[in-house]
Design a protein around this ligand. Structure first.
Ligand SMILES: C[S@@+](CC[C@H](N)C(=O)[O-])C[C@H]1O[C@@H](n2cnc3c(N)ncnc32)[C@H](O)[C@@H]1O
Length: 213
């Protein structure tokens, strides 16, 4: 089992704000993205950075168990409250970089708006690969750096301030490249622009699936 990283830093203001903004962004279209993200999944699933549990509603009945890892205490307590209405969901206190599970113990893994925020996406993806069984699926829904060079440059400039305001979120990550670099095989990906927060510009998102060889 990998060594657990240092203590998770407190992000209580962000957590409180996210639990209010998250459902507003669902109403602007994210709910449809979540439904698409999880459609057709089966077996047992690990979801990292589950936040306040906005995905739980969308897991199909073919999923037998969801282990939802969330390190931030306020969001975790909200997720636990939501999970009471979903018999197959179990919320745990864990970080993506050290998933408390054995090798090849899940049929599928889910990341939704998380790989922008984890301090080390490479390590998180290596962990997801470790706990997925061969042939298992990684489902991802993430915002990523723009493919327009000038916008990507602005996103890079804005990231240090944004990251401080939004609990480590990066606007400038090339998450698709990270997924492939981690050794996953890309099966399907959709790229689109989406503005989840009113008054803020739309940003590029990726939604898709990859498999663990
Ligand atoms: C923008 S929120 C997304 C929450 C949820 N996945 C959703 O789709 O609404 C980012 C989440 O990543 C979590 N997070 C940040 N760093 C993490 C880490 N190292 N391991 C696991 N989760 C992490 C945060 O606590 C937060 O819940």
């Amino acid at each position: 089992m990998p060594k657990p990283p240092a203590e998770y830093p407190s992000h209580s203001l962000f957590a409180w704000a996210y639990s209010r903004v998250g459902s507003a962004s669902d109403n602007r279209g994210a709910q449809g993205h979540r439904r698409q993200l999880l459609a057709g999944l089966r077996g047992n699933v690990i979801e990292i950075g589950a936040g306040n549990g906005l995905n739980f509603l969308h897991y199909p009945d073919t999923v037998t168990e969801v282990v939802a890892a969330e390190p931030e205490p306020y969001l975790r307590s909200e997720a636990e409250r939501v999970a009471r209405g979903h018999r197959q969901v179990r919320v745990i206190d864990a970080r993506a970089e050290a998933i408390p599970a054995g090798n090849a113990s899940f049929d599928a893994a889910v990341t939704s708006l998380v790989l922008c925020s984890v301090p080390n996406p490479r390590l998180a993806l290596a962990e997801l690969k470790r706990v997925l069984r061969p042939g298992g699926e990684l489902r991802f829904y993430e915002h990523v750096a723009s493919h327009h060079r000038s916008i990507a440059r602005l996103e890079g400039l804005a990231t240090p301030l944004w990251s401080r305001m939004a609990a480590g979120c990066h606007l400038n990550r090339d998450t698709l490249a990270e997924i492939e670099a981690a050794g996953f095989v890309l099966e399907e990906v959709e790229r689109f622009s989406f503005g989840p927060i009113p008054l803020l510009p739309a940003v590029d998102h990726i939604l898709g699936r990859a498999s663990r060889p």
